[in-house]
Design a protein around this ligand. Structure first.
Ligand SMILES: *[C@@H]1O[C@H](CO)[C@@H](O)[C@H](O)[C@H]1NC(C)=O
Ligand SMILES: *[C@@H]1O[C@H](CO)[C@@H](O)[C@H](O)[C@H]1NC(C)=O
Ligand SMILES: [Cu+2]
Length: 548
């Protein structure tokens, strides 16, 4: 089965095209919510460009880092990257960070279809603005929606301070309880407000993407319901809801039907969910607004002020392909994330045994150059919290969350089945009929997505098949938690990675490591041959928070 999905990107139709983008990444000034600050833009512009492609196209992005004072690296959230794992863009895991002045090319297949986004995956950088939507069209699927127009709406929290400063204080010794900084405001399409055009009677396909750092957001429209048709790009049986709650990293594709006779325009509200905030948010602008506009000639309503939202539980959506529950489970991995305070250093979060710590050699390069030792987790270094997954196995992951706030957990390169969710700690019961939070449709096929909320004081159980050779991160999508170490690494089918499923690492990728005097072969510390199991020089344990 893994062989088939491994081959899929190469079975692209002959009309697939190549989209080449040249991105010069630099600091620019912007004021999305009225406050002017430096942000990271592309080709002198901010908001950054979105990417649009048809499924099967080849996307080539030539990146030049002109930031001067920060490294960078770009991740294409949700792409399967089969045969191109070195293009996943996770700095320190699938590449070295791109230093200032360097260039670096990403080439990958636009697969699978749906609403995605791209963002820096480099030392907490994307909340400074380096992110944008990425839409992979499947025209046949989209035609089935009978929508006559489409619109992409990104939603996000927003900070006036820059991430290196925010991280320095969040990760510093004066923050023993790991209290996350509160966003100053909410923005929509990187602005204080957005206008979504709609015509009477038409169906509009709206793609909602949370590109933020911390906040979960409610989205609701005045007098218009939302018919959800895809969840993190997985098509689901259409279901009409009043509103959604969307976590960082998540996407919802919804249909909105225009009223037959509109005599005015309608408002929409996006509001940050304060449940995730541990500090006082009274000075934060929680709402941002927009207009569903039938005509510029009609009057616009005042901003919506909704504070009560009626929400659908995402676990109850049913994928249209009815992919059956993956059974039996071959390997269960249980995570009990915990906050650890290191005196004189600061708070960190361990998802596995200890907070994540990157190594001298990017984990992918270790997997490709350590021969038969690549199936031994030790060669990667304890710091990256490695788990080796064997090809074709059904993997079950349990996350028990003792925190008072939800964690949106993201797995690179996969959509996983969300088979159960509940409060407290999972009791290990495998009778699907008794699992808390289980959708009645689970027998027909559980909901799948790539970023799932683990509720406060609660648990989630997910499953996927290890059929995509690669180095895949499993991490919380709250960017502060990523930097606190809430990440683990799956080494999926390394023996296949070395043989059939990965071409040579491109020279420009090797070059950026060389520029930083970093080895590109061997174990976590660059040791090879007889010394491949010598991990004494590998990185472990928290260090002082840097400045980016
Ligand atoms: C990097 O340069 C930008 C633009 O001048 C500045 O706003 C930012 O604070 C600098 N970052 C660091 C970490 O010094
Ligand atoms: C939050 O801060 C405001 C002032 O900024 C204060 O009036 C309010 O009492 C604080 N709320 C709590 C719960 O501490
Ligand atoms: Cu988190």
């Amino acid at each position: 089965m893994w062989r088939l999905s491994f081959l899929l990107p190469f079975l692209t139709p002959c009309f697939a095209k190549t989209i080449t983008l040249d991105w010069d990444i630099s600091w620019v000034s912007a004021s999305p919510d009225g406050y002017t600050r430096p942000v990271i833009g592309v080709n002198g512009q901010w908001p950054c460009p979105g990417i649009e492609a048809d499924v099967g196209d080849t996307i080539v992005v030539n990146v030049k880092n002109s930031l001067g004072n920060e490294t960078t690296g770009i991740h294409w959230h949700g792409m399967y990257q089969q045969g191109t794992i070195s293009m996943d863009g996770a700095s320190e895991m699938t590449q070295c960070p791109i230093p200032p002045g360097s260039t670096f090319t990403y080439t990958f297949t636009a697969y699978p279809a749906g609403s995605y986004w791209w963002h820096a995956h480099n030392h907490g950088q994307y909340p400074d603005g380096l992110r944008g939507p990425m839409i992979i069209h499947d025209r046949r699927l989209e035609n089935s929606y009978e929508a006559s127009s489409e619109f992409t709406m990104t939603v996000s929290d927003w900070y006036h301070d820059q991430m290196p400063y925010l991280l320095h204080s969040y990760l510093g010794p004066d923050n023993p309880n790991g209290i996350e900084p509160i966003p100053n405001s909410c923005i929509v399409n990187d602005a204080a407000s957005t206008i979504i055009p709609i015509r009477s009677r038409e169906k509009l396909l709206l793609r909602i993407i949370n590109i933020g750092a911390l906040a979960h957001l409610f989205v609701q429209f005045d007098s218009h319901q939302l018919t959800v048709v895809a969840v993190d790009s997985i098509p689901v049986r259409p279901r009409t809801v009043d509103g959604i709650r969307i976590s960082p990293g998540q996407r919802y594709d919804v249909l909105i039907t225009g009223k037959p006779y509109a005599t005015r325009n309608y408002g929409l509200i996006t509001r940050m969910d304060t449940a995730i905030f541990k500090a006082n948010s009274s000075s934060s602008k929680l709402n941002c607004n927009g207009i569903l506009s039938y005509s510029a000639k009609l009057s616009n309503p005042p901003p919506l002020r909704t504070t009560e939202f009626s929400l659908a539980d995402d676990i109850t959506f049913q994928p249209t392909d009815n992919q059956p529950l993956l059974e039996p489970v071959d390997q269960t991995i249980t995570y009990n994330p915990k906050l650890i305070y290191y005196p004189n250093i600061g708070p960190r979060i361990a998802l596995g045994d200890a907070p994540y710590h990157h190594q001298k050699v990017p984990t992918l390069y270790t997997a490709l150059t350590t021969g038969t030792s690549a199936t031994n987790p030790a060669v990667y270094g304890k710091g990256v919290q490695p788990t080796v997954l064997r090809a074709g196995k059904v993997i079950q992951i349990v996350v028990n969350n003792a925190d008072t706030a939800a964690h949106p957990m993201h797995l690179h390169g996969h959509h996983f089945q969300v088979v159960g969710r509940g409060s407290g700690t999972w009791n290990g019961v495998v009778d699907v009929n008794q699992w808390g939070g289980l959708s009645p449709g689970v027998r027909r096929g559980p909901m799948r997505r790539d970023t799932v909320d683990v509720p406060p004081n609660g648990w989630v159980v997910i499953r996927f098949k290890a059929e995509r050779p690669g180095i895949w991160l499993f991490h919380c999508h709250i960017e502060f938690h990523v930097e606190a170490g809430m990440t683990t690494t799956f080494i999926e089918a390394p023996e296949l990675l070395q043989t059939i499923s990965h071409p040579k690492i491109p020279d420009d990728h090797i070059q950026v490591c060389k520029l930083q005097n970093r080895p590109t072969e061997g174990n976590c510390a660059g040791k090879k041959g007889q010394d491949v199991l010598d991990t004494r020089e590998c990185e472990e344990g928290p260090k002082e928070a840097g400045w980016g």
